[in-house]
Design a protein around this ligand. Structure first.
Ligand SMILES: Cc1cc2nc3c(=O)[nH]c(=O)nc-3n(C[C@H](O)[C@H](O)[C@H](O)COP(=O)(O)OP(=O)(O)OC[C@H]3O[C@@H](n4cnc5c(N)ncnc54)[C@H](O)[C@@H]3O)c2cc1C
Length: 306
């Protein structure tokens, strides 16, 4: 909870101002927006339409908006459990820059988790209190234009933050941004959207490279359909990342070193800390962990709040 409050106040909040500015045009045009319009100014009941289990502990929740709105790429929506007044952030899975009349959240249930248990007990037809969206990392196509290469390390449900960025970058109308992703999870079932990622890698050839890591191999099964695991096994380490991510940049891109790249890290706190060191209250702590040891500097790494 302390982590969450800190992330909300400083990490996530760092972008609220920008997002409010971005939206101020809408507010100006429509100062009395309808009470059932999703905004970051107030809690709004949003209709839960469908729940689709995707693994033992994780489901996709489909919501319908009474009024279409734009949900910026890589933004968060806050969900509130009204009974205990607890709120948590979740990242809409397939947000685009266009206006949307629906969105999906992928939520993992934690046995002691307050809001994730509340969501997994919810039923279609119920309305859930939400506010947002709040941009976490600027991922629109206009924002992405500045990058030549984007490396990503996602853990478990952290894939929700980077998936829309991958789509946005790969479909950029003019710029051919290179994307690399290491997706790590406890087990193969928690490598959410793997088929979609594999398909993108096929469609976009060398522009999108994805590799996978699981904590340990699943116990042997006698089933005839078991496919042998071909990815990495173990916690994220330098060997998994070398040759996959953009090179560490020791100085600002210049004429002699023109490639402009960034590495995004998104996942549970323990994984982000292991990969890049503590995010800190400002999000600007020095890079430590695996990436720090590989020579990545603060300006080249963005740690998502978790
Ligand atoms: C910007 C942002 C976007 C997020 N997007 C998503 C998303 O798309 N999908 C999603 O499922 N979650 C996402 N999260 C995490 C989410 O906000 C909650 O932290 C998570 O659902 C747990 O909340 P809870 O109330 O159920 O658990 P809490 O009551 O906060 O915690 C209870 C227990 O669960 C454990 N726990 C909590 N979170 C984790 C974790 N990530 N890994 C391991 N143990 C944990 C705690 O250690 C504790 O023991 C996001 C967080 C942020 C800040």
């Amino acid at each position: 909870m302390v982590t969450f409050v800190a992330a909300s106040a400083l990490g996530v909040g760092a972008y609220v101002y920008q997002w409010q500015k971005h939206r101020s045009g809408d507010i100006f045009k429509n100062p009395f927006s309808s009470p059932d319009t999703l905004t970051n100014e107030k809690w709004t009941p949003i209709l839960l339409k469908k729940i689709t289990p995707v693994s033992e502990h994780t489901s996709l929740f489909d919501f319908e908006l009474a009024h279409p709105c734009s949900i910026p790429i890589s933004s968060a929506i806050y969900v509130k459990d009204d009974e205990i007044q607890a709120m948590r952030a979740y990242t809409p899975v397939h947000s685009t820059e266009a206006e949307q009349s629906s969105f999906q959240l992928l939520i993992k249930r934690y046995s002691e988790g307050q809001v994730s248990r509340f969501m997994h007990a919810a039923r279609p037809g119920q309305k859930i209190e939400m506010r947002g969206p709040v941009v976490i990392w600027p991922g629109s196509q206009a924002d992405l234009e500045q990058w030549d290469e984007i490396g990503m390390i996602a853990g478990g449900t952290g894939i929700t933050a980077v998936l829309p960025i991958i789509h946005s970058a790969l479909t950029h109308p003019t710029k051919k941004i290179k994307i690399s992703l290491l997706f790590a999870a406890h087990c193969p079932e928690e490598l959410y959207f793997k088929d979609e990622l594999d398909q993108l890698a096929k469609t976009y050839g060398g522009r999108f490279v994805v590799s996978y890591a699981i904590d340990k191999l699943p116990a042997a099964s006698t089933g005839s359909e078991v496919v042998p695991w071909k990815g990495h096994v173990g916690f994220v380490n330098a060997d998994m990342l070398k040759g996959l991510l953009p090179q560490p940049q020791t100085e600002t891109p210049s004429e002699g070193n023109p490639t402009k790249s960034i590495v995004l890290v998104c996942g549970p706190e323990v994984m982000v800390k292991h990969v890049a060191g503590t995010r800190g209250l400002s999000g600007h702590e020095p890079v430590r962990g695996v990436l720090g040891a590989m020579g990545y500097q603060r300006d080249q790494v963005f740690r998502f709040p978790n």
